[in-house]
Write a protein that binds this ligand. Structure first.
Ligand code: V0V
Ligand code: CO
Length: 147
């Protein structure tokens, strides 16, 4: 069951500048940063609020580490802006199988590693009304590689 908006993924050219914009404009602080080589992103998570299911909602600021990455390709075409939305669930495996059974393309056979040790998968934007949609199961507390 999808129980929260886990994050909104925002593509940007300069992560440090964008972090500063969100800090100066709204007062949001960086909760976590990491590089995900597999996904080709350097990212900052800004926590907006905790949620009733033990998770939280974030903004995920994404700077591509290479031009041929998903975010790099998307930004080439669209410029900076909202790249994807992510719903949180306790069971990314089960929920993605249920959604696959509805005929929607789930991009990965098995969930992959996302921010803070989460497990993530994506639904094809062409099957979701033009919205790249991610499903996330957060790591158990203490499991995630925060730094
Ligand atoms: C592409 N399209 C999008 C889109 N990206 N539409 C809406 N939102 C997006 N973000 C459209 C694009 O305009 C094309 O439409 C069509 O899909 C095919 O796109 P393409 O440019 O030819 O690119 P593809 O097919 O090589 O790749 C598109 C997909 C790719 C969605 C398959 O971006 C992907 O695998 N994304 C999932 C991984 C990802 O996004 N990682 C970065 C975030 P037309 O022109 O044909 O109409 S990493 C992350 O979120 C992490 C680590 C985390 O949360 O923890
Ligand atoms: Co994401």
């Amino acid at each position: 069951m999808l129980t929260r908006i886990d994050h909104i993924g925002i593509a940007c050219r300069d992560l440090d500048k964008t972090v500063e914009f969100y800090r100066a404009t709204y007062g949001f602080e960086v909760f976590h940063t990491e590089v995900n080589e597999e996904q080709g992103v350097r990212e900052a998570m800004l926590k907006i609020n905790d949620t009733g299911d033990g998770g939280a909602s974030y903004l995920q600021l994404l700077e591509p580490t290479r031009p041929d990455s998903a975010v790099g390709k998307w930004m080439e075409k669209n410029g900076e802006g909202v790249h994807h939305i992510a719903f949180g669930t306790a069971d990314v495996d089960g929920d993605s199988e249920d959604i696959r059974a509805k005929g929607i393309r789930v991009l990965y056979e098995q969930p992959r590693i996302g921010s803070m040790g989460s497990r993530i998968t994506f639904l094809h934007p062409k099957d979701c009304g033009g919205v790249l949609t991610e499903l996330v199961t957060a790591a158990e507390p203490g499991e995630h590689g925060e730094h």
